[in-house]
Every structure is written in C-alpha cells, then in structure tokens.
Ligand binder design. Structure first.
Ligand code: TXA
Ligand code: MG
Length: 345
C-alpha cells in the first residue's frame, strides 16, 4: 500500500461490501469496468457528485455517465423508448452509453448531467462493477478515474497514481478488457447522434437505429463536451502515422513491421488488443526515461480503430486557449453548472 495513498483492495466480496458502504455514505470509490476504471459516487447526491469533479480537478462541469445494472433500473432514471430497449437488449451489459431525457421523478443529482435535461446511462459488463451496483443499490455516477485531461486508467495502479488519496478506495479488478471508453449515443434528438466513438463500433449500431447524425451537425451546441480536443493527452508531444522513430521519440507500433518499436499495441494488428493496450501503453511511454516525444504507427480506420484514432487525434492536438477541459488548474467551484458552447474538432 502506498503511504497516504488510497486503499487499493483486491475486489473480493468483503471489499465490495465495504466499497458499497462507502458509496452509500457519499464517498468516492474507484472500480473496474470492462472499458476503463470509473471514479464512482452516489448519482443521487449532489455533494458526492461534486466530489467527483473536485477529485478529478475538472475545470468545469462535464456531464457524467450514470451506471445501472440493467434497462429496468435505467428506466427509473430516463425516458426509455423502443430504440433504447432494442439497443440495451443487444449491447447491455456492455460498452454502450445511451443519452436520453431525464425523468422528472428520477431524484438524480442535477450536477450529474451538468444541468442538461438529458442523462447518459450505461450498464457495465464487469463482474466487479455489477456486484458493486447490486451491493450499493444506487445508480452510480462514474467518469473515467483519471485526473482531468489525463489518460483514462485501465489498472488500479493508474488510478492510484492519478488520484492519490482523493478517492476513499480503489477496487482492484485487474486490467480492463476493452481498454477504451464506451460509445456514447444520443437518443434525445430527432436522429440518433454519435457523441463519442468507443467500445461498440458505429457499424454495429446502424442496423438497430438507422443512420447516425454527427454531433452538432444540426448547428446546435456541442452536446458532448468530453469530446473536446486533448481530452486524452499524454504530457509528451505525440506524432501520428509514424513509420519509424525520429531521435528522442518512443515509437508505439501496430501490426507487423514494428518489431523495433518501444512498445506495440498489437503485434498481429488486432484492433481489440490494440484498444485494450492503448491507454496503458501511452502512459508507459509518456513516463519512460530517455524520450522527449511519442510517435505512433498508423491505425486502420475501421471498427475500434476509429475510436483509437479519435483518442490519438485528441492526444496529438497542441493545447489551445479555447480548449481548457484539461486545465490542470484548480478544481471547479460547486456552483450551478453550465455547458459552454465550444467548437468540436
Ligand atoms: O467507458 C466509459 O464510458 C467510462 C466508464 C467508467 O464507464 N466512463 C467515462 O465517463 O468515460 P466520462 O465522464 O469520462 O465520459 C462521459 C462522456 C463524456 O464525453 C460526456 O460529455 C458524455 O459522456 N456525456 C455524459 N452525459 C451526457 C449528456 N447528458 N449529454 C451528452 N453527453 C453526455
Ligand atoms: Mg474520461
């Protein structure tokens, strides 16, 4: 155990019971999901949800995903329609988040959706996450358990390194299987809109809901502020589509031909393996001694490759002034949240 760090507990039955009690008393617990580790809090408690923003050091409020065991639990929080039922039937539990109008009687925190009249909900497919949801009996708000602007954590050690004692407990369920966050699909508008590519590929959604509108395509505000550039940034500069390393660069390979790379997302070119390795390897290369920058091999733009490329593009975009979601500045004050209208890249 790290002195002054959080309690990292192997996720056995006793630890899950303790974690559930912590959640019910308004504290923060980090837990594994199949995508990435989540920083969980009681989604019905404004104070607990505010503590999430505080712990992450988010400069502004960003709506969070509410985790539930199943579609029945979701239907108590949001207005579930036919499409949502069909999607949940097919993909839940799993890495698909649905954004739908909040129910007036949901008793969810307002902060959890950052003042929006919609709520993002998903049922995670990880035995520890599911056991925790059952044990606490609460909808659990959980963003990825990284400090704001940092890479999403896929191990308990990543969480402890980022959040230290700002989290009461970290349930250790080993490395995350999917390794990339959930797909976020907005079903609140006239046409379903893909707000964030993720663990369920876009192609898999279309047969169930028809063609997807691009986020903000209707000229409206960006509906998923978590999609802003550099949301997933390593500290070192990142060069994309690299076939070899330049001096000072750590090369992250993909597929055959990258045997000399510092690390390889998947030696055989398997996109699922690559997604699962992505954040952990970016973190490892970001802190490996002797390098100034990262370079990454081309990733094919199909299936999970789209989500991987999306994360990489954000990570590679130099910081700009109109892009401060990843401020390392002081935590957001607990005032009524507002969503800023910012252009999406
Ligand atoms: O895989 C995941 O989704 C992980 C695990 C822990 O479940 N969670 C996660 O949460 O990635 P977070 O907070 O890092 O990302 C939530 C995303 C953001 O892009 C946010 O803007 C979007 O969902 N979102 C949440 N509520 C929304 C809403 N009401 N309308 C539009 N976008 C929303
Ligand atoms: Mg995140």
């Amino acid at each position: 155990m790290i002195p002054d760090g959080p309690r990292i507990a192997p996720a056995d039955a006793a630890a899950i019971t303790d974690a559930a009690a912590l959640l019910r008393s308004g504290q923060l617990v980090a837990f594994p999901t199949e995508t990435v580790y989540g920083l969980g809090a009681d989604a019905g408690s404004e104070a607990a949800v505010a503590a999430i923003f505080e712990a992450k050091g988010r400069p502004r409020f960003n709506p969070l995903i509410v985790h539930v065991p199943d579609i029945e639990a979701a239907a108590r929080l949001i207005q579930v329609d036919e499409r949502a039922r069909a999607l949940a039937e097919r993909f839940w539990p799993g890495p698909l988040t649905l954004v739908l109008p909040r129910r007036a009687d949901s008793r969810l925190s307002l902060l959890v959706s950052a003042g929006l009249d919609t709520v993002a909900v998903r049922a995670p497919d990880h035995p520890v996450a599911r056991a925790l949801l059952e044990a606490c009996g609460l909808p659990v708000a959980a963003p990825s358990a990284n400090a704001s602007g940092r890479i999403s954590p896929t191990t308990a050690a990543d969480v402890a390194m980022d959040l230290g004692d700002r989290v009461a407990m970290v349930l250790d369920g080993g490395p995350c299987r999917v390794g990339i966050e959930s797909t976020v699909l907005d079903l609140s508008g006239p046409r379903p809109a893909l707000l964030r590519p993720g663990g369920v590929p876009e192609e898999a959604l279309i047969p169930l809901v028809g063609p997807l509108a691009a986020s903000g395509a209707d000229g409206g505000p960006v509906r998923s502020p978590g999609m802003l550039r550099r949301h997933y940034a390593p500290a070192r500069p990142l060069r994309l589509n690299a076939l070899s390393a330049q001096p000072g660069e750590a090369l992250l390979g993909f597929g055959p031909g990258f045997e000399g790379a510092a690390l390889t997302l998947s030696p055989t070119g398997d996109l699922i393996e690559a997604a699962a390795n992505l954040f952990a390897m970016l973190r490892a290369l970001d802190r490996a001694p002797g390098y100034r920058a990262l370079a990454i091999a081309p990733i094919p733009a199909r299936g999970l490759g789209c989500a991987i490329n999306d994360r990489l593009r954000r990570a590679a975009t130099p910081e700009t002034e109109d892009d401060d979601w990843n401020d390392r500045g002081p935590a957001a004050p607990c005032v009524l949240p507002s969503i800023e209208e910012e252009p999406e890249s």
